[in-house]
Design a protein around this ligand. Sequence first.
Ligand code: NAG
Ligand code: NAG
Length: 326
Amino acid sequence: MAFKYFLCVLLTYNMLLSCASAAVHGHGVDNLERETDGSFRARDYEHYGDSGHNSEFDHEAILGSVREAEEFDKLSPEESKRRLALLLPKMDLNGDQQVDRKELKNWILKSFINLSREEAQERLQEADEDRDGAVTWLEYLHDTFGVDSEDDVGPDDTGDSGMLLQEEKAMWAIADANSDGKLEIHEFQVFTNPEEHEEMHQILINQTLREKDTNKDGRIDFNEYVGERGNHQDKGWLISEKDKFDNDLDLNKDGVIDMAEIHTWIIPNNDEIADEEVDHLFASADDDHDDLLSFEEILRHHDVFVGSEATDYGGDLMGEHFDDEL
Ligand SMILES: *[C@@H]1O[C@H](CO)[C@@H](O)[C@H](O)[C@H]1NC(C)=O
Ligand SMILES: *[C@@H]1O[C@H](CO)[C@@H](O)[C@H](O)[C@H]1NC(C)=O
């Protein structure tokens, strides 16, 4: 994920090294996909972070590929614009030379699917030791838990994803649609991005309950929600968590988070994220406010949609950091 790299920029030199090695070996990567409260990070995580607006997310939402977004960042503005122009007829489904909100949303949702596949491909390559294009359970065990046999995993040990072995196994069984014991790319995609696949949601909800529902009544109250995260925190932190609990999570205001509310909490809503991204791109580029983006408007604001060497943001900064510090 791009945000992994983005995070690295913000960390110190030592941590930067560990980020770099996490990227290489794949360990610890999954934790970066979770918030500290255990919910899954949304695709637009850090879009509007502490350091301001992060245009990398916009570029990935248009290009559907972190790798391609990085490639664009090295192009001259002219070349970047030329390549963007080639995409526009593909977005413009009704061929009227304008991109409307529906067409843009449709495109962005497809980009999310492409991003998810790209992530899964990278992780598959890391775990697929014998390079046969599929990951076996043993290869996965080796890569994630660092063991050669299930017997070497303790009952309370969790892998990078924060899941117990039995939970991972249950997920594996669902992802392995043809039950041949290994996951090829489409199956591995379901396994590695479970939050984006409905058939995995109940397991994720169960995992959340297992971790937080200490009195085992099937619901999470505020104390359970805070759990050990509350140790060594100040009053301001507690107040803001209580506010989040009451106003964002406990939707029916009955004082506890039930299964349906856990679902809303931990599973990011890509549909909503795409709507927000459409709003953002329209606000940035719909100069004549006709609620349509003409190709001309998009190309005029090309740096909002795709990067180039002239775009000055995180990606370039990271390059400098790496040059300076390594
Ligand atoms: C997604 O990937 C497919 C296949 O590589 C490609 O044809 C399509 O243009 C991509 N779509 C988006 C929205 O990135
Ligand atoms: C989730 O937990 C419930 C209650 O323990 C159980 O009946 C159900 O089978 C679990 N579902 C999955 C998909 O693990």
